[in-house]
Design a protein around this ligand. Structure first.
Ligand code: ATP
Ligand code: MG
Length: 457
């Protein structure tokens, strides 16, 4: 038995009362059947957009040309879309034309997978023309109709298949999978934004290890070839027992578990963390050197990786905040330090405190996903640094120029030249304070400064 929220039922019933057909459709029906909480409720109806608009007080023209009107109830919006048949596809993306229809089955036929092609209302119950329930029972992703045709119409569906498999823990039906592999190259013509959204959902899902399935089906070859190179780079090294690709995928999965366990549910941050793990070793392939003993080394890969990651994230049209955060985490992910206060203060100052909690998470996941036999000792060392770090935060030690008990104006008043010399002096004083936190007092810092610049004997 499916229960739909009051507001959704209200919209559907109001449409029905006025002689139209209306159903909840797609992801929300699938998720409810599976006992998952749907992200949003979509409604499909035989009413034309102009008729929908007449029945509700507040509506927004979300995509009138494609038949979509958003009905606003209090502060909540619900997309109501007219039954339609998608015309020929222009560019693997947009249907050239959409044609409205009065037949629900036609509308369901245009949808990507059988599990996404079910409709429900209280009057008629579940409408399942393409075997969606059967596939839910078998935990299987199957295209509606001929998969080859469906992927020709819109290649994004190829990536969506793996994404849904990852979110739901489903397998992919054999013919659907064969077609995916054959058509994956068409993903190259799909916009970066659409690719990013699906990849991101896959990486944050319960089965991020399906990135390897995306690799096997030629998907990453089309949308993230850097990942293929990682999959193909072995690392013969006491710290690692997996290829670079396997290792980064394991680290993504570990990060997901960690975020889940720690109640880290902010989508954007979660996304930053999984992309960091996926790309943290992306510099390794080009930095790999095998020594005379057959052992692989990867000197300088962090810097190279940070640069590469930046290129990739830019290409996928990520926002600047994400790009900056991920690249910084990658740059420092292998920066191992001793648990000495002075050392840790320096590191905190250099990395920036906004990075620190996540810097520890990234290191931890990296270690988890390396050689399990060697993890314990490394984690212990990391935890010592973490404790030391907490102590420094508790002490409120000065870590930035801003926190110095002296500023540029004080230095000018003391006789330093405006401009370059001031900046230099502040940097120098920060060095002093990082070494000796008790020096962070105005008089003491002035004295240090005067001595250094020989303003007064
Ligand atoms: P999510 O939980 O991620 O929102 P969803 O199934 O609701 O999953 P949406 O992208 O919100 O996915 O799309 C809503 C519905 O529209 C889908 O369930 C499917 O029926 C249809 N749909 C979406 N994208 C496509 C597509 N590229 N090709 C065919 N049908 C699609
Ligand atoms: Mg949805």
């Amino acid at each position: 038995k499916i229960t739909i929220p009051e507001k959704v039922a209200y919209i559907i019933n109001r449409l029905i009362e006025h002689g139209y057909e209306a159903y909840a459709v797609g992801g929300c029906v699938r998720d409810t059947v599976l006992g998952r909480v749907p992200e949003d409720w979509d409604i499909t109806t035989s009413a034309r957009p102009e008729d929908v608009k007449k029945l509700f007080v507040r509506t927004i023209d979300t995509g009138i040309l494609h038949g979509t009107v958003t009905v606003m109830l209090e502060k909540e919006g619900f997309e109501v879309t007219t039954y339609r048949i998608d015309g020929e596809y222009e560019d693997n993306r947009h249907p050239k034309t959409v044609e409205f229809t009065s037949n629900l089955k036609e509308d369901l036929r245009r949808r990507d997978f059988t599990i996404n092609a079910m409709a429900y209302n209280e009057k008629d119950g579940l409408v399942d023309c393409f075997g969606g329930m059967e596939d839910i029972k078998r935990k299987r992703i199957t295209c509606v109709g001929d998969p080859n045709d469906r992927f020709d119409e819109d290649a994004l569906r190829i990536l969506r298949a793996v994404r849904f498999a990852g979110q739901l823990g489903f397998s992919i039906e054999e013919n659907t999978r064969i077609a995916m592999k054959q058509k994956a190259e068409n993903l190259k013509s799909i916009s970066a934004e659409r690719i990013r959204v699906e990849l991101d959902k896959l990486l944050r899902s319960n089965h991020a290890e399906l990135m390897k399935e995306a690799y096997e089906t030629n998907i990453t070859k089309a949308v993230l070839p850097e990942f293929d190179i990682m999959m193909q780079t072995e690392q013969n090294n006491p710290h690692h027992i997996y290829s670079v690709g396997e290792h980064v995928v394991q680290s993504v999965c570990a990060m997901n578990e960690w975020c889940y366990k720690n109640g880290q549910h902010d989508k954007k941050l979660h996304s930053i963390l999984v992309w960091t793990m996926l790309l943290h070793d992306v510099g390794k392939p080009e930095c790999k050197k095998t020594d005379y003993d057959g052992i692989d080394h990867f000197y300088g890969h962090e810097e190279v990786g940070a640069k590469k990651a930046k290129e990739i994230l830019k290409r996928l049209k990520f926002d600047n905040y994400t790009i900056d955060f991920v690249t910084r985490l990658i740059k420092w992910h292998d920066y191992r330090i001793d648990a000495k206060e002075k050392t840790v203060r320096r590191a905190l100052s250099k990395l920036g405190t906004d990075l620190i909690p996540y810097w520890f998470w990234v290191q931890r996941m990296d270690i988890f996903a390396q050689n399990p036999d060697k993890a314990k000792e490394k984690i212990e060392r990391l935890e010592l640094v973490e404790e030391c770090c907490e102590k420094i935060f508790e002490q409120n030690d000065c870590l930035t120029i801003k926190e110095l008990k002296i500023n540029g104006k004080d230095l000018m008043d003391a006789g330093l030249e405006r401009g370059k010399q001031i900046g230099e002096a502040l940097n120098y004083l920060l060095e002093v304070v990082l070494e000796h936190p008790e020096m962070n007092e105005k008089e003491k810092l002035l004295a240090v400064c005067k001595r250094k610049y020989m303003l007064i004997p």
